[in-house]
Write a new protein. Structure first.
Length: 342
């Protein structure tokens, strides 16, 4: 955290319910989440940086599809979700709670307890077996990113994998199976995450879902033309279905071909500003993709969160707007998913 930022900005930041909607975890082993160490997000850094809640993701890399690969992907995702759940309640001196609803996230903040929210990145984790989606939900996953880099059985990716022999598009958006997956996610109350999917797949998902879709970690294509960023048409579609884009801290998404040390909080805030002007404050949020590639000068780990609040305050965002950006909008769509479940 920058010690030069105004004390009132730090104080306000610590009062807000702040949710980082995309954090990776190391796997199968890595730095202890209870030690202020090598991870960009661990419980001590969350406390130091006033981060109330984190969506910790079970990330599954895309490989060549097949029965053995699908089995391995599901086992990996299941194991990661168990590891995420184990972060809660393990250390009385670092109070953290597994929170699976919007209400329990808000209550954890009121109680001064860190909220742990499990999620899955890459629908390859379920292969073509819908029972696996239900199993991951039962293990706590409250959203699933439909793809990662590379196509899967659900949808086309924004980043096809030439090394896997992939064409630019396989399904032309979401596959018929993918539409069934979206329907089942709606029934379960899981949020549909359209980060990483192709433009057509994102638009298909927005149309197919009964609840607002969101991107857990993307930026704005008008400011940085990257396949992972959303163009104006996609932003408008998010707004039209009540969804949210969570602006993220990946340097290459914020400035073309930029390295982390070349990007700062002003660049991040520029993307927030653009999205707010284009689709409204109700449809924009904040995420880091820490420990998955996110981080730049001024927001390099979870302890630096107040620097983002300070910059947005400087640009004229008031307390109510900051509350929406830092978590209120995410809680709104999570409540919508919960209300439509079943």
């Amino acid at each position: 955290m920058n010690d030069a930022i105004a004390p009132d900005a730090v104080s306000l930041h610590r009062e807000l319910l702040t949710i980082d909607t995309h954090i990776d975890i190391p796997w199968p082993s890595g730095p202890d989440p209870f030690t202020d160490g090598a991870r960009k997000v661990d419980l001590p850094k969350m406390i130091r940086g006033g981060l109330s809640a984190g969506c910790f993701v079970a990330y599954v890399p895309q490989v060549r599809r097949g029965i053995a690969a699908e089995d391995a992907a599901f086992e990996r995702a299941s194991g990661m979700l168990r590891a995420i759940a184990a972060m809660a309640g393990a250390r009385p001196d670092l109070p953290a709670r597994l929170t699976l609803t919007a209400e329990t996230i808000a209550r954890a903040h009121e109680d001064g307890v860190l909220a742990i929210i499990p999620a899955v990145e890459n629908g390859f984790a379920i292969g073509t077996d819908m029972t696996r989606l239900r199993a991951l939900h039962a293990l706590g996953a409250r959203y699933m990113t439909l793809t990662h880099n590379g196509h899967n059985a659900i949808a086309d990716s924004a980043n096809p994998r030439a090394d896997l022999g992939e064409r630019h598009a396989e399904h032309g958006g979401i596959s018929p199976f993918g539409r069934l997956v979206v329907t089942e996610m709606n029934r379960l109350g899981m949020l549909v995450d359209v980060a990483h999917v192709s433009r057509l797949a994102m638009l298909d998902a927005a149309e197919a879902s009964r609840t607002p879709v969101f991107s857990s970690h993307s930026c704005v294509a008008a400011l940085c033309d990257h396949p992972r960023n959303m163009d104006n048409g996609q932003l408008d579609a998010l707004r039209d279905v009540g969804g949210v884009i969570q602006i993220t801290a990946v340097s290459a998404f914020l400035r073309p071909n930029a390295r982390p040390e070349q990007v700062g909080v002003a660049d991040f805030a520029d993307h927030v500003d653009y999205a707010v002007r284009r689709i409204g404050i109700a449809h924009v949020g904040i995420s880091s993709d820490f420990d998955g590639g996110g981080g730049f000068a001024g927001w390099n780990d979870a302890a630096d969160g107040p620097n983002i609040t300070a910059e947005l305050l400087r640009r004229g965002y008031d307390r109510a707007a900051l509350a929406l950006l830092w978590g209120g909008n995410f809680l709104r769509i999570l409540r919508a998913a919960e209300a439509a479940a079943g």
